[in-house]
Ligand binder design. Structure first.
Ligand code: PEP
Ligand code: MG
Length: 573
């Protein structure tokens, strides 16, 4: 019998494949003493050997798929498995104290981890992390439990997980991963956003999928509706194969609009730009007819690695994007780390409310040694295209002024060094914090442009964590309160002859687009895969009518009233 589980539709498309459970396995054990230490030592040695075989396989696979630098972490793990200073005390503990193999392994490795972690030394902290990883693998072998190894997947699967971090998502191999489903997360969590760039159908926030699915169960992911069907019948599989084909056919048909302008029926033109995370997303940008890049989330350059990217590495990435866009505008956002985007090597303090904490521009201004190399890399890259720079999570004018001062200082330094830097860089901010929207008229005098980050603006305005599926009903882009804030920002920028874009997920939302056209939004930046659909929709809208629609929506009381208005005004007779 099939079982339908409902979640939040996170990335369009339909996928049908076997489930691959990416969940933490149960590695608990009883701590009884052993009456056969010899056998226990042997069990431990066998687990060591099996771990080595497995790690070597993973290492080689990682080298082939991801390159030698990504494989290096597994070399470090293999070294741990050969370290007599770790192995011997474990064997002695079993022999001398009759400790069971899991007990001896856990106690000895935990001892090392505690010592290394307490040292004020990055290298030793990394070793602690290696020992923790390796110890988990050996323990799994002792207990006969299989650990998930997503990096060695070599068949079509649908990943089922409690959560996927952005770096887990970045490592998914699109060739095999057909889709994913998670327990937690909302439409604007970063793994959901990334699934759209990767064009992997995804459903998030199902609450319990990881408990409802067994390894290898057949699963259908409907990323259009948020339905997940576990163990579907033959008829259901046929129906969804059909839906999948229609989805692809529609996507093909949209390609005709690739080089068309984004213009309403009555000639009002807007810019449809793409959000990207890495230069790898450029192919999608070009295939989907983006007129620019409205948000380059640079933090992904910093993730999935063990150390900070150098100024040169960053320069190369930015230059590649600018060159590839051939003079079209590229808006690069400076580092926005924190919230659900972690950088383990920065050892940031744990906070009760990470989305309200030490993140983005707050961290960059506090640690200029991190910020300056990025600014320099951007300034150097500015000679290769049309660069705009924007700062994330700006809450006060002072933060903007401080960030701008650092940028100008680095610009001056580079010029002194004889490096070419463009004099045509526009400098803007993301409007993500209600305080900034409220003061938009003041900001508009100092910035060159705004980009409204509705993912955060909505979470802060509604006081609803964007990662929590339980309060995801409060993600209400059409709430009149949000529309009023947006209007205030757009009007303030126009008053000063500046422009406003939007790079939150709302910019590509079918119900929001008519309202945003009416409110006068200048640039819409979205997942590249949403651009052609948005262009088709805009071509059928009348700007004059949308202005009237927006005026009425601003005075509605509820989201439902706004949605009804949009439907009434945009449904063709
Ligand atoms: C936003 O907050 O809307 C945004 C685009 O930034 P991010 O999703 O990366 O927080
Ligand atoms: Mg944001």
């Amino acid at each position: 019998m099939s079982n339908i589980i409902k979640g939040i539709a996170a990335s369009d498309g339909v996928a049908i494949a076997k489930a691959y459970l990416l969940v933490e396995p149960d590695l608990s054990f009883s701590n009884e003493k052993t009456d056969n230490p010899e056998a226990e030592v042997q069990k431990f040695n066998e687990a060591l050997n099996n771990s080595k075989i497995e790690l070597t396989k993973i290492r080689n696979h990682a080298e082939e798929q991801l390159g030698a630098d990504k494989a290096a972490i597994f070399d470090a793990h293999l070294l741990v498995l050969d370290d007599p200073e770790l192995i011997q005390p474990i064997e002695e503990k079993i022999k001398n104290e009759s400790a069971s193999a899991p007990q001896a392994l856990t106690e000895v490795t935990q001892g090392f981890i505690t010592i290394f972690e307490s040292m004020d030394n990055e290298y030793m902290k990394e070793r602690a992390a290696d020992i923790r990883d390796v110890s988990k693998r050996v323990l799994a072998h002792i207990l006969g439990v299989e650990l998930p190894n997503p990096s060695i997947i070599d068949e079509s699967v649908i990943i089922v997980a409690h959560d996927l971090t952005p770096s887990d998502t970045a490592q998914l191999n699109k060739q095999y991963v057909q889709g994913f489903v998670t327990n937690i997360g909302g439409r604007t969590s970063h793994s959901a956003i990334m699934s759209r760039s990767l064009e992997i159908p995804a459903v998030v926030g199902t609450k319990s999928i990881s408990e409802s699915v067994q390894q290898g169960d057949m699963v259908i992911v409907d990323g259009l509706t948020g339905d997940v069907i576990v163990n579907p019948s033959d008829d259901e599989i046929k129906a969804y194969q059909h839906k999948r084909e229609s989805f692809f056919a529609d996507r093909e048909a949209l390609k005709q609009l690739r080089d068309e302008p984004s213009k309403t029926l009555d000639g009002h033109e807007v810019e449809l730009a793409a959000n990207i995370g890495t230069p790898n997303d450029l192919e999608g940008v070009h295939n989907n007819g983006a007129e620019g890049i409205g948000l380059y989330r640079t933090e992904f350059l910093y993730m999935g690695r063990d150390n900070m990217p150098t100024e040169d590495e960053q320069f190369e990435a930015y230059k590649k994007v600018l060159e590839s866009m051939e003079g079209k505008r590229v808006v690069v956002r400076t580092l926005d780390i924190g919230g659900d985007k972690e950088l383990p090597y920065l050892n940031l303090p744990e906070e009760m409310n990470p989305f309200l904490g030490y993140r983005a521009i707050r961290l960059c201004l506090d640690q200029p040694e991190i910020f300056r190399p990025q600014l320099r890399a951007l300034l150097r890259a500015s000679a290769y295209g049309k660069l705009n720079i924007m700062f994330p999570m700006v809450a006060t004018i002072q933060e903007f002024r401080d960030a701008k001062a650092l940028l100008l200082e680095e610009k001056e330094n580079l010029k002194q060094e004889g490096v070419e830097v463009s004099d045509d860089i526009e400098l803007g901010i993301m409007v993500e914090i209600p305080a900034t929207a409220a003061l938009a008229d003041v900001f508009a005098k100092e910035v060159d442009f705004f980009s409204i980050g509705t993912n955060d603006l909505i979470q802060y305005t509604m006081a609803a964590d964007r990662m929590s599926e339980r309060v995801s009903y409060l993600y209400q882009p059409y709430n009149p309160s949000i529309l009023r804030l947006i209007k205030q920002v757009i009007d303030a920028s126009h008053q000063e002859g500046k422009w406003t874009g939007m790079c939150g997920e709302m910019a590509g939302d079918e119900t929001a687009i008519p309202l945003l056209i009416g409110l006068g939004l200048d640039e819409f930046s979205m997942s590249a895969t949403s651009i052609l659909k948005a262009r088709r929709q805009i071509k059928d809208l009348s700007r004059t009518e949308m202005v009237q629609l927006a005026d009425r929506a601003l005075n509605c009381a509820t989201v439902d009233e706004v949605v009804d208005l949009v439907k009434e005004k945009t449904t063709k007779a």
